[in-house]
Design a protein around this ligand. Structure first.
Ligand code: ASP
Ligand code: MG
Length: 398
């Protein structure tokens, strides 16, 4: 399975380069299935067009529109492959048998009926599938949410029993930190599914979170690599139990969040449930939550959410705050989150202390903390985020 992202097929030259690589892979004796994203910024441009003509943005029609981007790249790639003597055949998500639920623009894959793809492969053809789309149980075209082509590729790889799912992109793999922030960041040779899940959910943008979940659940090895240099990249696969695990494998950061604080919340059962139910019902994904029991019957509750949801998060929270008799709601955009991920953390005490000491030495104040078995995240001032990433990267010898 080879998946090519938007930058990999951004223009005619890139499509020719990708066609050449697919042709070589086929000539080397491999059975290949290709998944493509829309060319370059096509999806953004289609959304922009929709913004100009409509306030309503009926979800069904948005999906019809957005799914068009991938149709362009899949057919162009097949045309280019034909010139190279490769018999390629394009499939929309629907034609590829990708059945989803009916929630437009964030549909979930329910089933894949891959007989057409299997038949094409048996006939020696190379199926080129439009990423990010499917057909719903009520026969409408759906899309899987931004970045969804990764999910298409991994789901098809699992269904077809591919030996590897190669994700071609414009970076050469997964790094110990964002190389734009840390110039000494290194490319990782391998990383476990669990670590990649933590990275993808804490600001790492190389792979869509859901595609990593799929890969882990169906044990599909991923190889994240560059379509510009074609050099070997980073393997994402099951943990090797015979190998010593790194305490910290990588550091990610996220600056696109907001912290919302509700002050003087009555400290009694059901209040947090009420707040977070209303937020969930607005479809807002809450990340960190901090609350402490009080000594005077009141407490402050803070949580983080994606910055794009700030307005609606404040709106709902203010409404609930009134209902439950809390004092006020504050939104703070100037925050950033740094996360350290490493499978070896499970068995090494003292990592948290070292994180805090490192930040203290830089005079960086920690505002919120959350941890999992293999991750430590701290919220700091956005202005100090890059300094935090740099200091931690060197403190843990990455
Ligand atoms: N073209 C879609 C997007 O830009 C899907 C993808 O690229 O994975 O979100
Ligand atoms: Mg994309």
């Amino acid at each position: 399975m080879q998946k090519y992202g938007g930058t990999s097929v951004a223009d005619s030259e890139r499509i020719a380069a990708v066609a050449d690589h697919v042709a070589r892979t086929v000539r080397a004796g491999n059975q290949v299935v290709v998944v493509v994203s829309a060319m370059g910024k096509t999806t953004d441009e289609l959304i922009h067009l929709a913004d100009q003509v409509s306030k309503t943005q009926t979800p069904r029609e948005m999906d019809m529109l957005l799914s068009a981007g991938e149709r362009i790249s899949m057919s162009l790639l097949c045309l280019a492959l034909a010139d190279l003597g490769v018999h390629a055949i394009s499939f929309t998500g629907s034609q590829a048998g990708i059945i989803t639920d009916t929630s437009h623009m964030k549909a979930k894959i329910l089933d894949i009926k891959a007989d057409r793809l299997r038949k094409a492969i048996e006939e020696g053809k190379v199926p080129v599938v439009a990423g990010f789309q499917g057909v719903s149980t009520s026969k409408d075209v759906t899309t899987l949410g931004r970045g969804g082509s990764d999910t298409t590729a991994v789901a098809l790889a699992a269904t077809l029993g591919a030996s590897v799912c190669e994700i071609y992109t414009d970076v050469s793999g997964v790094y110990t930190a964002d190389p734009r922030v840390v110039s000494t960041a290194r490319k990782l040779g391998t990383i476990s599914f669990e670590e990649m899940l933590e990275l993808a959910s804490s600001g790492g943008r190389v792979l869509a979170l859901r595609s990593v979940e799929f890969a882990r659940n169906f044990n599909v090895p991923l190889h994240v690599r560059s379509s510009f240099t074609w050099e070997p990249g980073t393997w994402v696969k099951e943990e090797d139990p015979t190998m010593e695990q790194a305490v910290v494998s990588a550091i990610s950061h996220e600056a696109q969040e907001v912290k919302i604080t509700i002050t003087k919340v009555p400290d009694k059962p059901g209040v947090a449930a009420q707040i977070f139910r209303s937020i969930a019902d607005r479809g807002i994904n809450v990340d960190m939550i901090v609350q402490n029991t009080s000594i005077d019957g009141f407490t402050d509750i803070s949580f983080t959410a994606p910055r794009q949801d700030m307005q609606s998060a404040i709106e709902v929270t203010e409404k609930v705050a009134k209902d439950i008799g809390a004092e006020a709601v504050y939104g703070d955009k100037e925050i950033g989150r740094v996360s350290l991920v490493g499978a070896g953390m499970k068995s090494h005490p003292g990592v948290t202390a070292q994180v805090f000491e490192t930040l203290a030495a830089q005079n960086i104040n920690i505002e919120m903390i959350s941890t999992s078995a293999i991750r430590i995240s701290c919220v700091v001032r956005e202005s100090q985020l890059e300094a935090a990433v740099l200091a931690l990267h060197s403190a843990f010898g990455l």
